[in-house]
Design a protein around this ligand. Structure first.
Ligand SMILES: [Zn+2]
Length: 118
């Protein structure tokens, strides 16, 4: 089981990550505004800018998703269910949590759910 010290360390990692993503999302929003200005000035740049916008928005969607997962994980820390697999209710391995702080399933359940979704 995870100790209080472990939980605190995961919580601060999650909070750091949330700050980072917040910053990224805000930065991207600013860039998109700048692109909209560009768009009015130069048609050639606009084509290049749109391609970048598509890549940016894929990243944006990915980061929003991650932000969601982080919120869920922080909530779980509060409720004391952090690090417990949502499917089998067994503890998720610490090594896995280190790699993916907001993991919701243990390795076994993750593999099962990936197989089922294919
Ligand atoms: Zn499980």
């Amino acid at each position: 089981m995870l100790t209080k010290v472990d939980l605190n360390s995961f919580e601060s990692k999650l909070l750091d990550r949330r700050v980072q993503i917040d910053k990224n999302l805000r930065g991207t929003a600013l860039e998109l505004d700048e692109m909209r200005d560009l768009e009015l000035n130069d048609e050639g740049d606009f084509a290049a800018a749109s391609a970048e916008t598509i890549v940016d928005s894929a990243i944006l969607i990915q980061q929003r998703k991650e932000l969601n997962e982080i919120e869920l994980a922080l909530d779980k820390i509060k409720r004391g269910s952090f690090g417990i697999c949502e499917m089998c209710e067994e503890p998720i391995g610490r090594a896995r949590l280190e790699v993916k702080n907001f993991a919701r399933f243990c390795i076994t359940c993750r593999e099962i759910s990936e197989k089922e979704s294919k």
